[in-house]
Design a binder for this molecule. Structure first.
Ligand SMILES: NC(=O)c1ccc[n+]([C@@H]2O[C@H](COP(=O)([O-])OP(=O)(O)OC[C@H]3O[C@@H](n4cnc5c(N)ncnc54)[C@H](OP(=O)(O)O)[C@@H]3O)[C@@H](O)[C@H]2O)c1
Length: 270
């Protein structure tokens, strides 16, 4: 009989993290759902989901969460949020916080989990990046660059962990209907002030992006892809999921930078 595999999912209280935790538990995995807000998961009654308090901005919190887990076969680095600000108007704290969660947080969890995987000489790390990890957009510079960084981390780590049979993948979702636009887009007040020199750009783009996220794909697609990555050892290192990602990523590869930008400008009326 196959031994039950253990998964740690970060940012599991909503959206893709929650859907993934539930789906993998339904498929028989032993799931540790990491969240800053355990009470948001208190209505989950599946016996193979354990909710663990986890704040990825704190190494102490990560160590405490992991010390309660015997082994981790699969890590899904999902927690993340988006800063919406122009570069000119964002402040140091906003800049740092974006990387502290989306990049340093992911690295902190990797640092804590890799020794456990290395001991077993096996493991799968799945980083939830974004199609905006390959494509830039105005107002999202910090989010974009944090996800570009996630792509870089994923590629470097794959070499580093190969000898220990630890696979490292990135998933680049397009827009998905989650709590992201409702609770986890942090807006810079100056950028959203009506007197900002960027007011026209904000008025054109921000509502459009929010509408696209809220009207985006169903998170089940992400959960299904994560299961596929776990179970198929030959799964590609990087994959897109959702309509917008499958439209823009191939276009990004085919076109020159200038032609691609022209298409994006037309699409978003920039
Ligand atoms: N929705 C989209 O259109 C979209 C597209 C591409 C990529 N993504 C990426 O997909 C991942 C999941 O997002 P989602 O769409 O499922 O959104 P979501 O429903 O807002 O979930 C994001 C989760 O990340 C954690 N998180 C948010 N802000 C955090 C902070 N400041 N510090 C620590 N953790 C924080 C939260 O977990 P806890 O509160 O449970 O700790 C939250 O449940 C993110 O990495 C996001 O960048 C989303």
């Amino acid at each position: 009989m196959k031994k039950q595999k253990t998964v740690l999912v970060t940012g599991a209280s909503s959206g893709m993290g929650r859907a993934t935790a539930l789906y993998l538990a339904q498929k028989g995995y032993l799931v540790y759902a990491g969240t800053r807000s355990p009470s948001k998961l208190s209505n989950i009654k599946l016996e193979n989901i354990h909710v663990v308090e986890l704040d990825i901005t704190s190494s102490q919190s990560i160590q405490k969460a992991i010390s309660s887990i015997d082994k981790i076969d699969i890590l899904v680095n999902n927690a993340g949020y988006g800063l919406v600000s122009t570069v000119e108007e964002m402040n140091e704290e906003e800049m740092y916080n974006q990387f502290n969660v989306n990049v340093f947080g992911l690295l902190r969890v990797c640092k804590a989990v890799i020794p456990l995987m290395r001991q077993e000489q096996s493991g799968v790390i799945i980083n939830i990046s974004s199609f905006l990890g390959k494509i830039g957009l105005p107002l999202l510079t910090m989010y974009n660059s944090s996800k570009y960084a996630v792509e870089g981390v994923t590629d470097s780590l794959r070499y580093e962990l190969r000898d220990f049979s630890i696979r490292v993948h990135s998933v680049m979702p397009g827009f998905f209907n989650t709590q992201f636009a409702r609770s986890n887009l942090v807006t810079n007040l100056e950028t959203f002030d009506k007197n900002s020199p960027y007011a026209k750009l904000v008025a054109n783009l921000a509502p459009n992006i929010i509408e696209q996220i809220n009207g985006g794909n169903d998170v089940k697609e992400v959960a299904e892809m994560i299961l596929e990555i776990i179970e198929n050892e030959k799964f590609p290192a990087r994959a897109t999921v959702g309509d917008k990602a499958s439209k823009f990523i191939p276009m990004r590869k085919e076109l020159s930078d200038e032609d691609f930008e022209r298409r994006v400008r037309e699409y978003y009326k920039l």
